[in-house]
Design a protein around this ligand. Structure first.
Ligand SMILES: NC(=O)c1ncn([C@@H]2O[C@H](COP(=O)(O)O)[C@@H](O)[C@H]2O)c1NC=O
Length: 193
C-alpha cells in the first residue's frame, strides 16, 4: 500500500518518513540539529515547492516533525511559548493543505512535555494529544491512528528512523527519528544509501 509521507508521534519519541512515487531522489541532511529533506546531487531539476523543507526542527523545549514548510512556523510558535496544541493548529490552518494535484494534506507532530499530532486536509483539521504511538499519513491513512511501533525516550533516533524506513509501505525514500527526554532532544535519520 502507498500512503505517501507520514509521521509517527508518541509521548517521548517520533518519526517521519518520506515515501514518494514522483520525487524519489531525495535525502535527509543534518544542518545543526535541524533535519532537511532535499534532492540528491543526481536528482533531476524540479520546481515543485513541496519537495524540499525542514522535516525536523526544535522549538521551545520540544521538537517538531512534519512534511513541509509548516514545520518552521510550528517551531517558531513553540519558541514564542505557545502550547503544543496551538503551535500545531495555527500554522496548519494558515498554510492549509497543499495546492497540488492531490490536495496533499500537511501532517505534523510536536514531541515534548505534551505531545500532539496534527493533520490538515481539504475536509478537516485534526489536532490531538497522543498517549501512544500514533500514525498519520498524507494518503489513505490520513486519520491519526494508533500504530504498533516500539520506542521510548532512550531509543536511538537513527534506529527509530531505520524502523520507520523499513515499515511495509511502498516507495520508502528516507526517514527521521527523534526522542524527547525531559527537555533533551536527540535526532537521527536514515537514507537509502
Ligand atoms: N513532503 C514531501 O516530501 C512531498 N513530496 C511530494 N509531495 C507532494 O505530493 C505530490 C505527490 O507526490 P508522490 O507522487 O511522490 O506521492 C507531489 O506532486 C507534491 O506536490 C510532498 N508534499 C507533501 O507531502
Amino acid at each position: 500500500m502507498y500512503i505517501g509521507r507520514f509521521v509517527i508521534v508518541a509521548p517521548d519519541f517520533g518519526a517521519y518518513r518520506v515515501s514518494s512515487r514522483s520525487f524519489p531522489n531525495r535525502r535527509i541532511t543534518d544542518r545543526g540539529g535541524t533535519l532537511t529533506v532535499g534532492p540528491t546531487p543526481d536528482a533531476p531539476e524540479n520546481d515543485n515547492p513541496y519537495v524540499s523543507y525542514n522535516c525536523v526542527r526544535e522549538g521551545g523545549d520540544a521538537v517538531v516533525v512534519g512534511n513541509g514548510s509548516h514545520v518552521d512556523p510550528i517551531a517558531e510558535k513553540l519558541d514564542l511559548g505557545y502550547p503544543a496544541r496551538d503551535a500545531l493548529a495555527t500554522p496548519l490552518l494558515a498554510l492549509d493543505y497543499e495546492k497540488d494535484d492531490y490536495d496533499t494534506p500537511r501532517v505534523a507532530g510536536v514531541i515534548g512535555e505534551e505531545s500532539y499530532v496534527g493533520v490538515v486536509r481539504r475536509d478537516a483539521l485534526r489536532v490531538e494529544a497522543v498517549t501512544e504511538p500514533t500514525l498519520v499519513a498524507t494518503y489513505e491513512e490520513n486519520e491519526p491512528t494508533p500504530i504498533d511501533f516500539a520506542g521510548d525516550a532512550s531509543a536511538d533516533p537513527a534506529e527509530l528512523a531505520r524502523r520507520a524506513y523499513d515499515l511495509d509501505y511502498e516507495h520508502a525514500v528516507c526517514a527521521a527519528g527523534v526522542t524527547y527526554d525531559e527537555g533533551d532532544v536527540a535526532v537521527g535519520y536514515s537514507n537509502d544509501e
